[in-house]
Write a protein of this length. Structure first.
Length: 400
């Protein structure tokens, strides 16, 4: 960063970064814990100035929790646009249902604010591209509150494969999660409605893992997938099988991912597997394999994950340690929000920018589009809109 840029940015952030919240649902309760940790660890970095939610009680509850650790309670609103008009903000955090990620983000960017958005980045490719256009137009920071890659364990996996070379040249990996559940995902029925969620768990949850994979292995070139929805009714009360919720999103996905490097991946996720569950995540290379338990070399030497984590922490420089775990924080969510605040303060690109989050989302969209067209799809064809049969009705519903 040039001296000229530093002089330009510094006067704006001599005072705490003023953050506004758009959406105060369940996930924001977790965010508040992270805000509190940052607030205590790095005093004066930021303050939550305002919170908005269509449900005034939710906004008030979140504001009260924030007011318990910062000097003032945030002002609450039921209309985020009113909040953007009335409050002097530097940034907003968007944590709304998926169909409402893009418009509040664009509105905030057009107001000259920096934005951090919950995953998935956007509900469709078109929505995500509009967000990226707004970033380019307004020259502001757009980040994603994506925590998975930031844990000590996942940083260790990246180090073991890419820096220590413990499995040699990566060849392929297996990601298999199979279990049975009829519950409503985190008690939120809208997640089971395609037009509101944009898809099922592939879009909602596995995007965490896809972002991690991009960090470790780079971009995906091609996806071939099949999805199914075997259980079309879910339940809010699984103890008594009451409060049914119709579901039109997938509960099963099988995919073959081909990375630009040539690496192959077998990806399976399902909540429709009755009987014995299956959980395997294992990476294979020319010299051995790696999973969450440790590394096994082809010579038979085994190193447990606990030892790998110690070796990773010992191998990185003080500068790298501060980058990965700023001020000694190890809570991945807190690190994600700290990285956003720090990017505003310094003008540096956040670790997971809008472009990065969009790229992870696009791989998830490719799973749906491959199933919809019945063939393997190239990522560039999904991003260009050549394949959009699955997303078309979502775009039409929200006039994207």
């Amino acid at each position: 960063m040039s001296d000229e840029q530093t002089e330009f940015l510094a006067p704006n952030f001599m005072n705490p970064i003023r953050l506004g919240l758009i959406g105060c649902g369940m996930i924001v309760g977790h965010h508040v814990t992270s805000y509190g940790e940052i607030y205590e660890t790095v005093p004066g970095l930021f303050e939550v100035a305002a919170a908005s939610d269509l449900d005034s009680e939710r906004a008030e509850n979140i504001a009260a929790k924030i007011g318990s650790f910062q000097s003032s309670k945030p002002v609450t609103y039921t209309d985020y646009k009113e909040m953007l008009e009335k409050e002097e903000l530097d940034a907003v955090s968007v944590a709304t249902p998926h169909f409402a990620h893009h418009q509040p983000s664009i509105d905030a960017l057009n107001k000259g604010l920096n934005v951090v958005v919950e995953k998935p980045f956007a509900i469709t490719i078109k929505a995500g591209l509009k967000m990226l256009q707004a970033v380019k137009k307004n020259n502001r920071i757009l980040a994603c509150a994506e925590p998975m890659r930031r844990s000590v364990g996942n940083r260790t996996i990246d180090w073991a494969i890419n820096r220590a070379g413990l499995i040699g040249e990566p060849r392929f990996f297996f990601y298999q999660h199979a279990r049975f559940s009829l519950g409503v995902v985190v008690g939120t029925p809208w997640r089971h409605q395609k037009l509101m969620s944009g898809g099922g768990w592939v879009h909602d949850g596995e995007v965490h893992y896809i972002d991690f994979l991009r960090m470790v292995f780079g971009d995906v070139a091609e996806v071939y997938a099949k999805i199914r929805n075997f259980e079309t009714t879910r339940y809010l009360d699984t103890q008594n099988w009451k409060n049914p919720v119709p579901s039109d999103v997938e509960d099963t996905a099988f995919a073959i991912l081909t990375f630009e490097s040539g690496l192959l991946a077998s990806f399976t996720w399902t909540h429709a597997a009755t009987g014995k569950p299956l959980d395997i995540v294992r990476y294979y290379g020319s010299e051995g394999s790696l999973d969450n338990e440790g590394v096994l070399s082809k010579s038979g030497e085994y190193t447990p994950m606990s030892e790998l984590e110690n070796k990773f922490m010992e191998s990185i420089t003080a500068k790298e340690k501060e980058k990965f775990f700023p001020h000694g924080m190890t809570n991945p969510s807190a690190i994600a929000f700290y990285n956003f605040f720090d990017s505003i303060r310094t003008g540096e690109k956040p670790e997971i920018s809008g472009e990065d989050a969009f790229a992870a989302q696009a791989i998830c969209e490719a799973v749906y589009e491959s199933d919809a067209c019945g063939q393997a799809v190239r990522m560039e064809d999904v991003i260009s809109g050549r394949f959009n049969a699955f997303q078309r009705e979502i775009d039409e519903r929200w006039n994207i």
